[in-house]
Design a protein around this ligand. Structure first.
Ligand SMILES: *Cc1c(COP(=O)(O)O)cnc(C)c1O
Length: 404
C-alpha cells in the first residue's frame, strides 16, 4: 500500500488507464480538427467526437444531438443559467436555486441578480434536503428556471430529482440539474426525471480535466439558449471554439465505462464508505454524520469530530488526502457555507472532514484511514478540556464562561 492515500474523489478523480489508452492516438496520428471538412484528418476527429457524444449522452439517457461540449461543469452551469436567463428574458426573469449549490451556480446566480434578475435561494433542513412544497410555492408566473443539483459535492445529499421534475413540468418551467456528482453514482435519466438541462464533467468520472457537457433538451419542450462564447458557430452555435477532441474521446470512454460498470461500482463504494463510517464511529464517540443518512452519494462520508479542529485533524492525518469544509473555499478558515446552511453550529462545522471514496480505493486503505483518524482524534481530544468536561457529563451549552 502506498501513501499518501487519495480519498478526495469529489474534488477530482485519476484518469482511468483504459481512458488514457483510448485518448493517446488523438494527440499524435489522429490530431485533426473536428471542424475540418476537406480531409481525412478532420473526418477522423469528427467521427471520434460523435462517438464520444453518444456515450456521454447515453450516461443520462439523452440523445447525442442534445449534448453541447464545454470546458467543464463550471462552464456548463454558467451557460445554462446565463443562456436561459438571456434567451427567455421576455418570458420572465425569476430563477429558483438552492443555498447548498456549487459556487459555479451560486456565483452565476449572484451575477444575474446584479443585472436585475430575481433569484430565490431555497433553504435546506439539517440533512441538506429542500422542502418540495416550498419549491412549488416559489414558482410564479415570471419563473423561467429551477436549478437544483443531483448529489451535493460536500455532504453527498441527493435531491429528489423525479419529484422536482414532476413539479417543474407541471408548472411549465425549465429544470436545470448540476449532475456533476450524480452521474454514474445514482439513477439519473433526463426523460424519467423531466430534466431539461444538465451539467457534468469528465474529471469527476475518471476522465480528463478540462472537458464537460451541457445536456439541452431538444423535444418536449425544445430548449433554446443564448451562447456565452461566440466564434465559429461550433456546437450548433451554443458554444464556439475548436473542440477538445482528445478530451472528448476520454470523456466518452469514461462515460462508456460508467454505463457498463457504474451499477456494480456503486455497491463497491457503498461498502467501502460504510466500512469507513462504521470503523470510525465504533471507536470514537461524538462523531456526527453530515448530510442525509441514506439518500446520499455512495462514496461520500462527511463527518464532524466534536472537540477537534478540522484543520488540526487534517495536519495530523497528512498522509491521507481528504478535504475539510469545501475544497473550493478551504483557502479561508470560514466554515463551509453548505454546513452553515444546514444549521450546523460552529463546533460541528469547524470539525468536519469530507472523505470521498472512489474506484481505486481498497479495503486495506480504508482500514489504514480508520486507524489513522481514530488515533489522531483520540490524541487531539486528550488535550481538549472541553472533551473532558463533556465526558464528565457537563452540558457545555449551559456553562457560564468567564470572558476576560
Ligand atoms: C466539480 C464540480 C463542479 C465544477 O466542475 P469543473 O469541471 O471542475 O468545472 C460543478 N458542480 C459540482 C457539483 C461539482 O462537484
Amino acid at each position: 500500500m502506498k501513501t499518501p492515500i487519495y480519498m478526495d474523489y469529489h474534488a477530482t478523480t485519476p484518469v482511468d488507464p483504459r481512458v488514457v489508452e483510448e485518448m493517446l492516438p488523438y494527440f499524435t496520428e489522429m490530431f485533426g480538427n473536428a471542424a475540418s471538412r476537406n480531409h481525412a484528418f478532420g473526418w477522423g476527429a469528427e467521427e471520434a467526437v460523435e462517438q464520444g457524444r453518444e456515450h456521454v449522452a447515453g450516461l443520462i439517457g439523452a440523445e447525442a444531438k442534445e449534448i453541447i461540449f464545454t470546458s467543464g461543469a463550471t462552464e456548463s452551469d454558467n451557460l445554462a443559467l446565463t443562456g436561459i436567463a438571456e434567451f427567455y428574458k421576455d418570458k420572465g426573469n425569476h430563477i429558483i436555486t438552492c443555498v447548498t449549490e456549487h459556487k459555479a451556480i451560486l456565483d452565476t446566480a449572484h451575477m444575474l441578480e446584479s443585472k436585475g434578475h430575481r433569484l430565490t435561494y431555497l433553504p435546506v433542513d439539517n440533512q441538506g434536503c429542500i422542502d418540495l412544497n416550498q419549491l412549488e410555492d416559489a414558482i410564479g408566473d415570471d419563473t423561467i428556471l429551477v436549478s437544483l443539483m443531483a448529489a451535493n459535492n460536500e455532504i453527498g445529499t441527493i435531491h429528489p430529482l423525479k419529484e422536482i421534475g414532476r413539479i417543474t413540468r407541471e408548472k411549465g418551467v425549465l429544470f436545470h440539474c448540476d449532475a456533476t456528482q450524480g452521474v454514474g453514482h445514482m439513477d439519473l435519466d433526463v426523460n424519467e426525471m423531466n430534466i431539461d438541462l444538465a451539467s457534468y464533467t469528465a474529471h469527476k468520472i475518471y476522465g480528463p480535466k478540462g472537458v464537460g457537457a451541457l445536456y439541452v433538451r431538444r423535444r418536449k419542450p425544445r430548449v433554446r439558449l443564448s451562447p456565452i462564447i461566440f466564434g465559429g458557430g461550433h456546437e450548433r452555435g451554443m458554444r464556439s471554439g475548436t473542440l477538445n477532441v482528445t478530451g472528448i474521446v476520454g470523456f466518452g470512454k469514461a462515460a462508456q465505462l460508467m454505463i457498463e460498470e457504474g451499477t456494480s461500482e456503486r455497491e463497491q463504494l457503498q461498502s467501502l464508505a460504510g466500512r469507513l463510517r462504521e470503523g470510525i464511529t465504533r471507536e470514537l464517540d461524538h462523531v456526527h454524520l453530515n448530510g442525509h443518512p441514506t439518500q446520499r452519494h455512495p462514496g461520500n462520508v462527511n463527518l464532524s469530530f466534536l472537540f477537534v479542529e478540522g484543520e488540526s485533524l487534517l495536519m495530523g492525518i497528512n498522509d491521507i488526502a481528504v478535504s475539510s469544509g469545501s475544497a473550493c473555499t478551504s483557502a479561508s478558515l470560514e466554515p463551509s457555507y453548505v454546513l452553515r446552511a444546514m444549521g450546523l453550529g460552529d463546533d460541528l462545522a469547524h470539525s468536519s472532514i469530507r472523505f470521498g471514496v472512489g474506484r481505486f480505493n481498497t479495503e486495506e486503505e480504508v482500514d489504514f484511514v480508520i486507524r489513522r483518524v481514530v488515533e489522531t482524534v483520540a490524541r487531539l481530544r486528550e488535550m481538549s478540556p472541553l472533551y473532558e468536561m463533556a465526558n464528565e457529563g457537563i452540558d457545555l451549552d449551559k456553562v457560564q464562561w468567564n470572558v476576560h
